[in-house]
Design a binder for this molecule. Structure first.
Ligand code: ARG
Length: 289
């Protein structure tokens, strides 16, 4: 199968495969009041009127706070620091957005596969996790405009027989991060361009997947390009294959019950794109190679 075909199949896989359990209805009330002052609304939610240049009223789960759901094992988008904090593109961008909305960020660190449910259920206000926009996820949450592009790449050991995406069909086991587009793509049936569930092992995060590669438990790891570069940098003996597949867009997810917040976050994001802040944040963490 050639690469184009693989990419097309991957998109089909992304669109056709269930990522998160559907049917999780949001329970948080998102009553919104108009007017300038911060007002307590129903079910513990609060309404804030954006400060700065971003206008409009919106509701967050906790007064004055933007709860950001992420999975902080995905550098350079998000990772933990030695002192127990969080760093990365998504963290800086979340802070810049929160600033514009007159909020402070609280990071809710969790398994990647739990983020959509945390946001759709209203526990977290937004999800920022290098999350690719997929039709399947759109059934559960809304997305802002996109702020980055990515692709899935293949990591192998330096001496590997696997040299092209086609060779992945020879792999006994492929390692992925659970709940990700890489997992969906690889675990799909061969008819749909995947390699079949039996050939895929889902790890809790990409770091563990790369450790499994070095330990010989999997023959390759399929994961997003920028994290792959970071993992390879810190794991000598591994490399990224030149040929990649799938183009994906990262965006911020917001509860479908909170269109006012999506609007406010999206406006803030677009202001930060227009004034160059988004690019500055990306350049801080990703240097041209
Ligand atoms: N872009 C991929 C997806 O949306 C992987 C994202 C994983 N993110 C993370 N923070 N672990 O499925």
């Amino acid at each position: 199968m050639n690469i184009k075909k693989i990419a097309a199949a991957a998109l089909t896989a992304v669109m056709g495969f269930g990522l998160v359990a559907c049917g999780s209805t949001a329970t948080t009330s998102s009553t919104t009041t108009t007017g300038g002052a911060t007002t307590t609304a129903a079910a513990g939610a609060t309404t804030t009127t954006a400060s700065g240049s971003t206008s409009g009223s919106f509701t967050t789960a906790e007064k004055g706070v933007l709860h950001v759901a992420t999975n902080a094992a995905f550098p350079p988008y998000e990772s933990t620091t030695d002192d127990g904090g969080f760093t990365g593109i998504d963290i800086d961008l979340a802070n810049a957005i929160a600033d514009k909305l007159g909020l402070t960020v609280t990071v809710d660190n969790m398994d990647f596969g739990s983020i959509v449910a945390a946001v759709s259920g209203g526990k977290s206000d937004i999800g920022m996790a290098g999350m690719s926009v997929t039709d399947e996820r759109k059934k559960s949450v809304d997305f802002t405009d996109t702020y980055a592009n990515s692709k899935q790449v293949i990591i192998v050991t330096e001496d590997s027989d696997i040299q092209t995406p086609d060779d992945l069909s020879k792999a006994d086991k492929i390692g992925c991060q659970e709940g990700t587009t890489g997992y969906m793509y690889c675990s799909d049936t061969p008819e749909n361009g995947g390699y079949g569930e039996d050939h895929v092992i889902a790890y809790n995060n990409g770091i563990i997947a790369v450790q499994a590669l070095l330990a010989g438990k999997v023959d390759a790891v399929v994961i997003d390009e920028q994290p792959a570069k970071e993992y390879v940098k810190s794991n000598p003996g591994t490399k990224i294959l030149d040929a990649a597949f799938t183009d994906e867009d990262y965006a911020i997810c917001v509860s479908k019950n909170n269109p006012e917040l999506r609007e406010a976050v999206n406006n803030a994001l677009n202001e930060l794109k227009a004034d160059g802040t988004v690019q500055q944040i990306i350049d801080k963490y990703i240097t041209a190679d």
